[in-house]
Design a protein around this ligand. Structure first.
Ligand code: SF4
Length: 188
């Protein structure tokens, strides 16, 4: 795609559809768009709260640390880091299932934190609306997911718009950007 660092927040979007990253970068007001995909919108409100630093005043809870992984050329912000428990926490508005993209975002934050010198022993994804917490194995504890993560980074690095064709019409049917998208399978 480019030599610029890959935004951690783009990992999940890329899995959904690489073109959606382009629309996302244009910063459309997704709440006003007619077609809404809950998978695309669920993370947004939570991270707005995180970015404004309003979640927690506990000194052991570090929020919105900017991280960069040189190894994977990834950059972005973590959600929460508990410096007492050495725990990375990623909150989502409502988690219906643990999608691979959610795990990869946490992996990316994890590698970024490690390169900054933080210790991370465990991580969890927290679903705010129903107050459920899902422990996620570390990459070293899940070879299959770790391998998928590295393959995803390679795919993003090698991605070319010219070669892309969205073949999954169901994705376009659920996509908030479909009315604007010339790559849509619905427009063929
Ligand atoms: S409409 Fe289809 S091709 Fe376009 S961004 Fe959405 S999923 Fe991708």
């Amino acid at each position: 795609m480019s030599e610029n660092p890959i935004a951690i927040s783009n990992l999940n979007d890329f899995i959904f559809c690489p073109v959606s990253i382009y629309f996302h970068s244009l910063d459309y007001d997704t709440e006003k768009m007619t077609y809404q995909n809950s998978d695309q919108l669920n993370g947004t409100a939570v991270h707005t709260t995180v970015d404004s630093g309003t979640y927690s005043s506990k000194k052991s809870m570090l929020q919105s640390i900017t991280v960069y992984s040189e190894k994977y050329n990834l950059s972005g912000k973590i959600d929460l880091y508990d410096s007492k428990k050495f725990q990375l926490i990623e909150r989502k508005k409502k988690v219906h299932k643990i999608y691979d993209g959610y795990v990869f975002q946490v992996y990316a934050q994890y590698f970024g934190l490690l390169e900054l010198g933080y210790r991370v022993d465990k991580f969890t994804i927290h679903s705010i609306d129903d107050n459920k917490t899902y422990p996620i194995p570390l990459p070293s504890e899940d070879n299959i997911m770790f391998s998928k993560f590295e393959n995803l980074i390679d795919s993003i690095s090698d991605f070319q718009f010219d070669d892309f064709k969205q073949s999954n019409i169901n994705k376009c049917n659920r996509c908030i950007y479909e009315p604007l998208c010339s790559f849509s399978a619905l427009k063929e």
